[in-house]
Design a protein around this ligand. Structure first.
Ligand code: ATP
Length: 263
């Protein structure tokens, strides 16, 4: 694995009504390898979404740079796809049409047969064959997230960014979605960056867990390697010493070193 996404000295300041700007992020440095799966975990307000928007090119950092495949990121591009907490499918298009439209935009020259095969392949990847002709409003929130993941992956991005993708989903469905994502991680070659609040989710899904300190001026506090083989089985992991070690390290970071009062 070679390093291909680097966050170098990222700082983000937001203007305020006063004289001083609000420093949301400072001195964020991270090298991510191709096909690596990273979770970024932190208390509310530590700047996860801000960092995600900077990597996507939707927000400009105040200092530093993001290098992807040797180039500085300055705007959004098809090499980065995103799944947000609340799905972002176009409500007037079916699941199939949403995925089809995403592919058409990036690969306008695909012939009709290849396009159809490609859409159906991604529909199947997230087990939505039976619901492919439904509108987003006629399927559950979990199915919307599955469709959104399929749509994001269908353009074959180099990096898939996910902003608390399962946070709005009930816990049993969330488990199913995490299982599905683990299966997808085994089948596609895409670097993934998952923003989350959920300790078990971070350990289960990731190769490394990046722990953010609290804001203002949040930064990376610790990085934890998760040395668990894949495929991973969540039930067996409950007794795995490495899983327990990772969990304890994250709990210690967030509840001892960087505890946060309820606001
Ligand atoms: N446009 C903005 N203007 C001013 N301050 C902002 C702006 N966007 C974010 N912030 C502040 O920057 C900090 C980081 O916000 P951000 O939304 O990135 O955190 P987060 O970790 O994603 O939070 P959450 O877990 O609640 O989604 C917060 O204190 C927030 O209030």
């Amino acid at each position: 694995m070679s390093e291909f996404l680097s966050l170098k000295n990222i700082e983000k300041r937001f203007p305020t009504s006063g004289k001083e700007a609000y420093i949301a992020l400072t001195d964020v440095n991270l090298d991510i390898k191709k096909n690596e799966i990273i979770s970024i975990i932190g208390h509310k307000g530590c700047g996860k979404s801000t960092l995600l928007n900077i990597i996507l090119g939707l927000e400009k950092q105040s200092q530093g740079e993001i290098i992807l495949n040797g180039n500085a990121v300055s705007e959004p591009g098809p090499d980065r796809a995103v799944v947000f907490q609340h799905g972002s499918l176009l409500p007037w298009l079916s699941v199939y049409e949403n995925i089809e439209m995403a592919i058409r935009k990036i690969m306008p020259k695909l012939d009709a047969l290849t396009l159809r095969e490609r859409v159906e392949n991604f529909v199947s990847m997230v087990n939505l064959d039976a619901a492919k002709d439904k509108l987003p409003c006629d399927i559950s929130e979990g199915m919307n997230q599955r469709a959104d993941i399929a749509r994001a992956l269908s353009i074959e991005p180099d990096v898939l960014l996910m902003d608390e993708p399962f946070a709005a989903i009930d816990s049993l469905t969330r488990t199913t979605l995490q299982e599905l994502l683990m299966h997808i991680q085994q089948t596609v070659n895409t670097t993934m960056i998952i923003m989350t609040h959920d300790i078990d989710e971070a350990v289960l899904l990731s190769d490394r867990v990046v722990m953010m300190t609290n804001g203002p001026a949040a930064t990376i506090g610790e990085i934890l390697e998760v040395n668990l083989e894949r495929p991973r089985n969540r039930v067996e992991l409950q007794h795995d010493p490495e899983y327990i070690r990772c969990r304890e390290a994250i709990v210690a970071f967030f509840y001892e070193k960087f505890a946060k009062e309820d606001e």
